[in-house]
Write a protein that binds this ligand. Structure first.
Ligand SMILES: Nc1nc2c(ncn2[C@@H]2O[C@H](COP(=O)(O)OP(=O)(O)OP(=O)(O)O)[C@@H](O)[C@H]2O)c(=O)[nH]1
Ligand SMILES: [Mg+2]
Length: 237
C-alpha cells in the first residue's frame, strides 16, 4: 500500500483551542481526511469544527452527536461512518495535541506489516513530555495491570493514537463494545487481538495538553479497572 487513503477520527469534548491546530497538522498530509466527532461541547467546539469543514472543503466531516456522551460511544459512531466510506486506513487521535499529527505517517507506514498500529509511548524512542510523576505512574501501572490481566503483548495498551487497516477494523463487533470511556481502547485492542489482528507499535512523543481540561472521572477510572477482567471472563466466540 503506497500512501493509502486515510480517515482520522478525532473525538472532541471542549477542545476549541486545540482542534484547529490538530486539523491544520493533519491537513498537511495530502491523503488524510478528518472526521471530528463532537459530543455537543459546551465550549462551542462543534461550531469551530464546522468552520474547519468549510475551510477544507471535502476533507473534513463533522459528526455532532446527541444522546449520552462518551469517548467509546463517539468512536463507535465514528468507526461506523468510516466503514461506510472508502478509507484504506482509519486513525484514532486525541484533539488535545498530545498526539502530534506530524507523526501520523509513521503509523500508516507500519500498517504494511500490521493490522493495527499503536502510537506507543513505551517502546524504544517513545516518550512522554510534561506529565507530572503521578500521571506517569498511573499510566505505567494501568499498562502493567492491563497486560497482566489480559495477556496482551503491546507495551502501550492504553494509547489513543492508533491506525487500523480497514479490514481489521471491519472484524470488530461494534454492537458489542460496552465501554463508555478510556477502557474502550483496551476493549477494542483485545477484540482485535482475539480476532488474530497483527498488532504493531511505533514510537511517539506524547505531550501533555496545554489548553482545556482532562475528562478523567471516577466512573471512567472504575470502568477501566473492571474491563480487563470482563474481557478475560467473556466466552470466546
Ligand atoms: N466526543 C467525545 N470526546 C471526548 C469525550 N471525553 C474525552 N473526549 C476526547 O477524547 C480525547 C482524550 O481525552 P482527554 O481528556 O485528553 O483525556 P486524557 O488524555 O486522558 O486527559 P488529559 O490529561 O486531559 O490529556 C480528547 O480529544 C477529548 O476531547 C467524550 O465524552 N466525548
Ligand atoms: Mg489528553
Amino acid at each position: 500500500m503506497n500512501d493509502p487513503a486515510a480517515l482520522v477520527i478525532v473525538p472532541t469534548y471542549n477542545e476549541r483551542a486545540n482542534l484547529p491546530l490538530v486539523a491544520e497538522g493533519l491537513m498537511r498530509h495530502a491523503t488524510v481526511r478528518l472526521l471530528v466527532v463532537d459530543d455537543q461541547s459546551p465550549d462551542g467546539t462543534g461550531e469551530v469544527a464546522e468552520e474547519l469543514r468549510r475551510q477544507y472543503p471535502g476533507r473534513i466531516d463533522v459528526l455532532h452527536r446527541t444522546g449520552r456522551r462518551g469517548l467509546g460511544r463517539s468512536y463507535v459512531d465514528g468507526f461506523r461512518l468510516a466503514l461506510a466510506g472508502s478509507a484504506d486506513v482509519i486513525g484514532q487521535m486525541d484533539a488535545d495535541l498530545s498526539h502530534d499529527p506530524s507523526q501520523w505517517p509513521s503509523l500508516v507506514r507500519a500498517t504494511s506489516d500490521a493490522d493495527l498500529v499503536i502510537g506507543s509511548r513505551y517502546v524504544k524512542n517513545g516518550a512522554v513530555v510534561n506529565w507530572p510523576l503521578r500521571r506517569q505512574i498511573l499510566s505505567r501501572f494501568a499498562n502493567f495491570y492491563v497486560r497482566t490481566v489480559t495477556r496482551l503483548r503491546a507495551r502501550d495498551c492504553t494509547s489513543g493514537y492508533r491506525c487500523w487497516r480497514r479490514s481489521a477494523l471491519a472484524t470488530l463487533p461494534l454492537d458489542r463494545i460496552s465501554s463508555d470511556g478510556y477502557s474502550f481502547l483496551v476493549e477494542t485492542l483485545f477484540m482485535a487481538a482475539r480476532r488474530g489482528a497483527r498488532i504493531g507499535e511505533v514510537p511517539i512523543t506524547f505531550v501533555e495538553r496545554r489548553h482545556g481540561e482532562s475528562k478523567m472521572s471516577r466512573e471512567v477510572l472504575a470502568e477501566s479497572i473492571l474491563m480487563p477482567w470482563r474481557l478475560v471472563g467473556a466466552p470466546r466466540e
